[in-house]
Design a protein around this ligand. Structure first.
Ligand SMILES: Cc1ncc(C[n+]2csc(CCOP(=O)(O)OP(=O)(O)O)c2C)c(N)n1
Length: 533
């Protein structure tokens, strides 16, 4: 007769979930007993980074990923990461240990009181099994929930005495065997109408969002843009956890700004805005204005009913993004419209001393490997990176769509573990880096050859920029003097270099990217400024 633990691991195996990200405590040890040889356990030293690593891994592998946390305090530490994971639509099965059932009522030490409330409202489902024998079926249900669109984190609290209980053979077998497919094709009538609208439009544009990449719709998006000669905008960088379109493609015209007024101003003159795989829109900051330019209509294609429902304007078609794009390409003819004018190259950034963020991103672009993956958490250099790198392959860019810091270092480790053949470069603001800094240890421990580029400007630059925008005079707490992230990295066992000019930066980055035996850090001194080009 199988134990609940054996049944659960059989279930994880059936779903290809053999890499577990965790930080253990006494309440999790019964789960980890006799840890099977075909599983690996990736240790994170604090729960925010445990979730961040799993988030990167889940997105880059496309598979639900198991996170194991330590009862209430572990879940508490993880909540910022869970908030990020729901915005990134990362399918995470998050489990946490719980006191033994006989001691929950008396609230013995480490009891996770009202356990299902802790990760709310950022999980799709939160549950503690009613009986020990239900654990495998609950885990199966949770995995399906996480993987169905819109994908996202789910939570299961498991009393520590459940793992040794006897599983129910019939239910366990069924739980492991069930396949649940959530790729729903959109309504064909809606798509035909959209195809007609697109063909008749004089000046339509495509806005490409992150779920094009996540759904596998990259090639279909390119085919649609080429067949219909569409100018393509990326959805605002604030909410774009992935890229939806190759940024060196001749149809690609740029990244939409994130405020209502600026976004509609940029789209002036177009009569149809087709938004694919993005919310409408991930706005920030608030600059009121018309939602759309005069004379324009909007149609969004999304697999997320919540995104469709909350959009403030336009129509929406709910269905799998890749299937929708593939069908749309078949439905439309070759357009007679002239295509967009090619976007000018980024040019040489003006020299500055210390170097600007734009110069730092130009140095990175100069040594960028063809198949490189960028993981980005560098607020004042976000736009500069996007403008200079021109990433053009699917699965090449990860960013936290929520804006919650502490994602970058951890996600880069997870992405590298999921895509071991591709070079991963993580670009960080020095302030952002500190939230998930302990993930540097995991990068070293698992020999993940990530290149960490830390941009050292000794301040929270983006908040100074926001202060000016919001007309806030003299806010405290925006300076970061004397923070030596390279020295911190060395403390975690990572080789790190300091540079202060673009030539030395390009050389150090080239060396780090070429290194296969483990992670490297390059800390670059940069000037104060918002780097937009
Ligand atoms: C968890 C969390 N705490 C605080 C913030 C607010 N915040 C946004 S950007 C930022 C500063 C980032 O500084 P740094 O990484 O040095 O980048 P810079 O703006 O200087 O480029 C802060 C504190 C946040 N987004 N997430």
């Amino acid at each position: 007769m199988a134990s609940v633990r054996e049944a659960a691991f059989e279930l994880f195996r059936a779903h290809g979930m053999t890499t577990i990200f965790g930080n253990p405590g006494s309440t999790e040890l019964p789960m980890l007993a006799d840890f099977p040889e075909d599983f690996s356990y990736v240790l994170g030293l604090q729960e925010l980074v445990v979730v961040g690593m799993a988030d990167g891994y889940a997105q880059a592998s496309g598979r639900p990923t198991h996170v194991n946390l330590h009862t209430a305090p572990g879940v508490g530490n993880a909540v910022g990461g869970i908030f990020n994971a729901q915005a990134n639509k990362a399918p995470l099965l998050i489990t946490a240990g719980q006191q033994v059932r006989p001691q929950v009522t008396i609230e013995a030490n480490l009891t996770n009181r009202d356990s299902t409330l802790g990760p709310q409202p950022y999980v799709k489902w939160s549950h503690e099994p009613v009986r020990a024998e239900d654990v495998p079926a609950v885990l199966a249900r949770a995995i399906h929930h996480a993987a169905l669109p819109p994908r996202g984190p789910v939570f299961v609290s498991i009393p520590m005495d459940d793992w040794g209980a006897e599983a129910e053979p019939d239910r366990t077998r069924n739980a492991s065997r069930r396949v649940v497919d959530g790729r729903a094709a959109p309504d064909p009538a809606g798509l035909s109408q959209l195809a007609a609208l697109l063909e008749q439009a004089r000046n339509p544009v495509l806005v490409a969002g992150p779920d094009i990449d996540a759904s596998g719709g990259w090639d279909a998006a390119v085919a649609l843009a080429e067949k219909q000669h569409l100018p393509v905008w990326a959805s605002p960088a604030t909410g774009g956890n992935r890229l939806g379109f190759p940024e060196a493609h001749p149809n690609f015209v740029g990244i939409l700004p994130p405020s209502i007024a600026a976004l509609s101003a940029v789209l002036k003159g177009c009569d149809l805005v087709l938004v694919v795989g993005s919310s409408v829109f991930p706005y920030y900051p608030y600059q009121p204005g018309p939602l759309l330019p005069e004379g324009a209509s909007l149609v969004a294609i999304t697999s997320d009913p919540g995104e469709a429902a909350r959009a403030p304007m336009g129509d929406a078609i709910v269905g799998d993004v890749a299937l929708a794009l593939q069908q749309l390409v078949e439905l439309v003819g070759e357009s007679e419209r002239t295509g967009p004018e090619s976007r000018p190259g980024p040019g040489e950034p003006p020299a500055a001393d210390p170097m600007s963020g734009s110069q730092a991103m130009a140095a990175l672009a100069a040594v960028w490997p063809e198949d490189g993956i960028a993981v980005l958490e560098a607020p004042s250099s976000t736009q500069a990176l996007r403008n200079r790198l021109r990433l053009s392959r699917p699965g090449s860019y990860y960013f936290s769509a929520s804006g919650g810091l502490g994602f970058g270092i951890a996600a880069a480790v997870g992405v590298q573990l999921a895509q071991p053949e591709r070079p991963v470069v993580c670009v960080l603001g020095e302030g952002s880096a500190q939230y998930g800094i302990t993930a540097l240890w995991s990068a070293v421990a698992y020999k993940a050859p990530v290149t960490f580029l830390v941009l050292r400007n000794e301040e929270y630059m983006i908040l100074k920029w926001f202060a000016a925008l919001e007309q806030v005079e003299g806010p405290p707490g925006l300076e970061l003097p004397g923070l030596d992230t390279a020295a911190v990295a060395r403390g975690y066992g990572m080789e790190a270099r300091d540079v202060s000019d673009p030539e030395a930066l390009a050389e150090a980055l080239g060396e780090a990217i070429g290194t296969q035996d483990g992670p490297r850090m390059v800390q670059a001194r940069i000037a104060s400024g918002m780097w937009m080009e």
